[in-house]
Structure formats: structure tokens, C-alpha cells
Design a protein around this ligand. Structure first.
Ligand SMILES: Nc1ncnc2c1ncn2[C@@H]1O[C@H](COP(=O)(O)OP(=O)(O)OP(=O)(O)O)[C@@H](O)[C@H]1O
Ligand SMILES: [Mg+2]
Length: 384
């Protein structure tokens, strides 16, 4: 389980440290920083997939992703007696992301390249990475350390050995130094990060992939665009939490049933609703109904991930459906750690009613995201 999340210098998240629990919900007003927190989590996952630099570039590069305010707010700026202005920077420009679990912690620090005439000088570079045992980084519990092009790994005898001297600034030690022999912890943590699952705005328009006939193949994990919904539902029916599936359908749409029909390898989802003489096909379902079924297939995956993140799952759902969705998410959080980003009070209330929920309420103070009533967990960034 992820116990701590730390973000520094990313958009409005100038310095955020927050403790996570099995079920978490991130809320806050428009512009408070919810989407930024969601994207920061995705960036962490991108490291393990070897695409962090590309992901940052697709957001406009470091210039746009870095915190746009001053390095520090003076007491006078906070009190409003002094204009907010950039003071002389004490530290280099950096974007830092990190997390720790019960067993390990990891952090990355990205910065600007040293100008060398290359046309890729706008690309951010990985300056420092660190992996440690336990919650908080200390000199004695660090087991892998990257500084610039060098990677050092600590062996079982406690001695450091240099495993890389020429790692590219755009390659992470997570993907390039995770050796099953010398650095098995790196490998373990990377695999854990690769297993994190993100669901963000399923399409439900007329041409949405979930509405089409689909090739029916064994699907324990719903695709992020929902294109294999019918196969994912059939997989749950055959090898998964089939009782949870029928009760989740009945909870949201009393008296309804869903099933999958197949013809020459192509699957189609159908739903029998109360009062109708024939079942409706996925193409005929309402946007809200289809979105609920997509979320259900994601949450009842027979191969639950260690960590699942849902971005605004309430989109286009009627408030009447939210209590059922809250119960479904609470149920799923018995199998996976879950973080929901939401601006729906109804969903937050439904979650809280269903299970003890860690409410992370974001607020914006002088352009900076702060967390209400937060007791920040201990955290140390690796130094450059
Ligand atoms: N580089 C940056 N530095 C500082 N603030 C930024 C930067 N880029 C964007 N912001 C601001 O950060 C704030 C948080 O944005 P974000 O999209 O995370 O809000 P949100 O909580 O998802 O809001 P909504 O509910 O409207 O979607 C916005 O006010 C945005 O203008
Ligand atoms: Mg948003």
C-alpha cells in the first residue's frame, strides 16, 4: 500500500505531502489542484513505463509544468502587505515526485538541462533518483541512488557498487538499472508501479469503443478506453467476483441484469431492464448507464491492481446512481488501494457512508495548492 505521496514544483503543487489510506478521495473547488494531483500520479507511473520525459513534453515541457509562483512566499506576501514577486532563487529549478509504501520509498528530481547547443535543450532531465527501505529516506536506508549519469546500488553486505556511469538524462534507473540480480528491489517497485491502474473519463458517445461489437478474448483488466467491456464482463462472470457483479447491477438498476452474447468470436454486452420485452445492446444504453457498467468492470477486475486511481468517475452519472457507485468503490477498496478524484459532494458522501474514507480536501492559497487539516507525513527528498 502507498502510505505517503510527495510532490514538489509541479503546477500548483508547490510542496504537497499527504498520507494515503486504503480508500482516498481528493476533492476541492475548481482550480484547487485535483487534476494536477491526478497527473502527478500518472507521471510517477510513467517513470516505470520509461516515458516520463515524453509525458512531460506532451504537457508542454518543464516551463509549463513547473510551479509558476515564487520559490518561497515571504511572511509579508502571505499577509498581503507585499506584492508576490520572485526573490533570488536559492535552489535549482526542480520538479520532484515521490512516494513510499510500507516497504520502500522512491523519489525522482527533474530539472533543466545544462545548455550544450542541442536542439533538445527544452527536454527536462532526470537529475536524481533514490530508492530506500522504509518510509523516510535516510543516509543509512538508501539502497539505490542515481545522481546525474551515475547509479550506485547497495549490496546485501551494505557496500555500494557503481553499476552505471553513463545513464542518459532521459532514462530512469527504474527501467535501466532494475537488474534481478543486483537490484531486485528496483525491479519489485517498478513492477508495482507498472501495475497501478488509471481510469479517466470513459467515452460513452455514440461512437465510443464500448458501444461496438468487440473481439471476445480473455480480459481480466478493462482497457483504459473501455473498448473491451463485454469481454471484461464475461471474464468476471466466468472467473471473477460474479456475485459482486450482479449485486452492483441490481444496486444501481434494480431488477436489471447484464449478460454477454457472442457470435463468431465477437462479444456484445446486453442489459435486460425491468419493463422491457427485449434486452438492450450496449449501443442502446444511456451514457450514464454505460459509464456505470464501465466503472463496474474496472472495479471488479479479477486481477485487482495494488493501486487504482479514478478521475472524476461521477461524470455524467445522475446523483441517484452515486450511492451505488460509492458502495462499489468501497467494496473494491477491500482488494486494491483506491484514490478517487471527485468534485461531487454526493459521491464523497456516498463513499464516506460506505467505508472509512481518507478525505483529502485541496484548497488554493496564493495560487498554491494546500491540503486542509493536513498533518504532513515525514518526508525527505534526495539531494542533488
Ligand atoms: N505551472 C503552474 N504553476 C502554478 N499554477 C498552475 C500552473 N499550471 C496551472 N496552474 C493552476 O493550478 C490550478 C490547479 O489546476 P487543476 O487543473 O489541478 O485544478 P482542478 O482542481 O482540477 O480544477 P477543476 O475542478 O476546475 O478541474 C489552476 O488554477 C491552474 O490555473
Ligand atoms: Mg480538474
Amino acid at each position: 500500500m502507498i502510505t505517503t505521496l510527495a510532490i514538489s514544483g509541479y503546477r500548483s503543487l508547490r510542496d504537497v505531502r499527504v498520507a494515503l489510506e486504503p480508500l482516498n478521495v481528493v476533492t476541492g473547488a475548481n482550480g484547487a489542484g485535483k487534476s494536477s494531483l491526478y497527473r502527478a500520479l500518472r507521471l510517477l507511473a510513467d517513470i516505470a513505463q520509461g516515458r516520463i520525459i515524453r509525458a512531460l513534453a506532451s504537457e508542454g515541457g518543464l516551463v509549463f509544468t513547473l510551479w509558476a509562483g515564487p520559490e518561497q512566499f515571504s511572511r509579508e506576501m502571505k499577509a498581503g502587505t507585499q506584492r508576490v514577486q520572485g526573490l533570488v532563487r536559492k535552489k535549482p529549478i526542480s520538479l520532484k515526485l515521490g512516494f513510499s509504501t510500507d516497504a520502500y520509498g522512491y523519489a525522482i528530481d527533474l530539472g533543466r538541462p545544462v545548455p550544450d547547443g542541442s536542439m533538445f535543450n527544452a527536454d527536462p532531465q532526470i537529475k536524481v533518483e533514490s530508492l530506500w527501505v522504509g518510509q523516510v529516506l535516510r543516509a543509512r536506508n538508501e539502497i539505490a541512488s542515481r545522481k546525474g549519469p551515475g547509479v550506485r546500488i547497495r549490496g546485501e553486505d551494505g557496500a555500494w557498487s557503481q553499476t552505471f556511469t553513463d545513464l542518459s538524462p532521459f532514462d530512469s534507473m527504474m527501467t535501466h538499472a532494475a537488474d534481478p540480480g543486483k537490484a531486485v528491489e528496483l525491479l519489485r517497485l517498478r513492477e508495482m508501479m507498472r501495475n497501478w491502474r488509471f481510469y479517466d473519463h470513459f467515452r460513452t458517445d455514440r461512437d465510443a469503443p464500448a458501444r461496438h461489437l468487440q473481439i471476445g478474448t480473455y480480459t481480466p483488466v478493462l482497457a483504459s478506453d473501455g473498448s473491451d467491456l463485454a469481454a471484461a464482463i464475461q471474464t468476471i462472470i466466468e472467473i471473477g467476483f460474479v456475485e459482486d457483479l450482479s449485486s452492483a447491477v441490481d444496486d444501481a438498476f434494480p431488477g436489471s441484469k447484464i449478460f454477454v452474447t457472442g457470435d463468431s468470436g465477437y462479444f456484445e454486452l446486453e442489459m435486460q431492464q425491468k419493463g422491457l420485452l427485449r434486452p438492450l445492446k450496449a449501443a442502446e444504453l444511456s451514457d450514464g448507464t454505460l459509464r456505470y457498467l464501465l466503472l463496474m468492470a474496472a472495479l471488479l477486475s479479477p486481477r485487482p491492481p495494488a493501486f487504482m486511481v479514478l478521475n472524476e468517475p461521477e461524470m455524467s452519472l445522475h446523483p441517484d446512481l452515486l450511492p451505488a457507485l460509492g458502495r462499489l468503490i468501497a467494496k473494491a477498496s477491500e482488494r486494491s488501494q483506491i484514490l478517487v478524484v471527485s468534485h461531487s459532494h454526493e459521491l464523497v458522501d456516498a463513499l464516506t457512508a460506505a467505508k472509512a474514507t481518507n478525505r483529502i480536501v485541496l484548497e488554493k492559497v496564493l495560487g498554491e495548492t494546500e491540503i486542509a487539516d493536513n498533518d504532513p507525513p515525514p518526508w525527505e527528498w534526495p539531494s542533488r
